[in-house]
Design a protein around this ligand. Structure first.
Ligand SMILES: [Zn+2]
Length: 369
């Protein structure tokens, strides 16, 4: 799977000032090209190239390949959002490709204003092991006085351990995620922040001005990043729990995540916009990265079946958060019941040898990085 590595570059003061100058010029050029793209309303790479290439090279003294990359970068940003003209920070990252950089295990060569610069890298054993398959692009960044090169490598998957038992995960109706140990993965903070965004959004939606529209767009970006952060935190917690207890993770197939229960309106507002697909993706790739076996089970009736007597009835789920079996009277938190059912289904999917489950699961889903 693809992974990013941060390589620390060894630089003398002279190297540093050379790189800083290049960075500054590069970002000034980005701002210049952006301004052109927005004022001329050009979202086409070739048309923009025609307009700005010569002048950018002359003004900023950057190599041909760097200018080509800048134009590509600006077009991408412009297409993403035509209402906001982005501004590039003075020491923002430089994107390199194979034509203006060369990355080897212990040294790199990158283009600067004064031609190529060869630098040694400080590389750890962990990074070394992953270095045989570097992907095309890399980013030069500057953090706290140090230069790093971010490279993408195709890292081998960790081999899976043989799990003892399954940790079932229910992705949410009432909660974002609940596991079969009855742990709820949702904090008060998530709910408060989500409500704040929701209120802001509905206020802005009732104002039809241009500035309200712009604010709405900015808000949705913030909200997306907030959800992404939370999804990272939750998926990480789930993975480390499963790994720490040597269990596999059981999860539902995607199809029924939101359709299986008729959701009340207030509830719908609460969770329908939660990025469950993203959370599921995070759980999947992190499991793969950490060697945690993952088992996908059929989601049919996971929230309607009684884990005690196996009686299935829609009416077993009395409300969003209450499960009460019509046959045996078993009463529990509904999402937890679903998680227990998921864990049970995942466990029977596998032949049991003594206490150990033999892992036969092969990931079939495409993992987006
Ligand atoms: Zn029952």
């Amino acid at each position: 799977m693809l992974q990013s590595l941060m390589l620390r570059l060894e630089t003398t003061d002279a190297d540093k000032s050379r790189l800083l100058k290049t960075m500054k010029m590069y970002n000034e050029a980005c701002n210049f090209v952006t301004e052109k793209a927005y004022s001329l309303k050009l979202a086409n790479k070739y048309k923009l190239h025609k307009e700005v290439y010569q002048e950018t090279r002359r003004r900023f003294g950057l190599s041909s390949q760097l200018v080509v990359r800048i134009i590509g970068k600006v077009v991408e940003a412009y297409r993403r959002d035509k209402t906001i003209q982005p501004s590039f920070k003075q020491f923002g990252a430089i994107q390199y490709d194979q034509r203006n950089s060369r990355v080897m295990i212990d040294k790199v060569s990158i283009m600067t204003l004064q031609g190529r610069l060869r630098l040694a890298t400080r590389i750890g054993e962990y990074q070394k092991a992953r270095f045989d398959r570097v992907q095309g692009q890399c980013d030069l960044i500057y953090r706290n006085g140090v230069f790093y090169l971010i490279v993408v490598v195709d890292a081998p998957d960790k081999s899976e351990y043989d799990p003892i038992g399954v940790l079932g995960i229910d992705l949410g109706i009432e909660n974002i995620a609940v596991d079969s140990d009855r742990q709820i993965f949702e904090s008060k903070k998530v709910e408060n922040t989500r409500q704040r965004y929701s209120r802001l959004r509905s206020t802005l939606q009732h104002v039809a001005t241009k500035s309200a529209k712009r604010k709405l767009k900015k808000l949705s970006g913030k909200e997306r990043r907030f959800k992404k952060d939370i999804n990272h935190v939750i998926s990480k917690a789930i993975i480390s729990k499963a790994k720490g207890t040597a269990r596999a993770i059981g999860i539902e197939n995607l199809k029924h995540i939101r359709s299986r229960v008729t959701v009340r309106r207030s509830q719908r507002d609460r969770h329908s916009k939660w990025a469950f697909g993203e959370l599921r993706n995070f759980v999947t790739y992190k499991a793969k990265r950490e060697g945690v076996p993952l088992m996908v089970v059929n989601s049919k009736n996971t929230s309607r079946e009684c884990p005690e007597c196996q009686y299935i009835d829609k009416r077993n789920r009395k409300t969003q958060n209450q499960f009460e079996c019509l046959q045996c009277g078993y009463k529990e938190m509904a999402d937890y019941v679903a998680a227990v059912n998921i864990a049970a289904r995942a466990a029977v999917k596998q032949p049991v040898v003594g206490e150990t489950l033999i892992s036969t699961y092969k990931p079939t889903e495409f993992i987006r990085w």
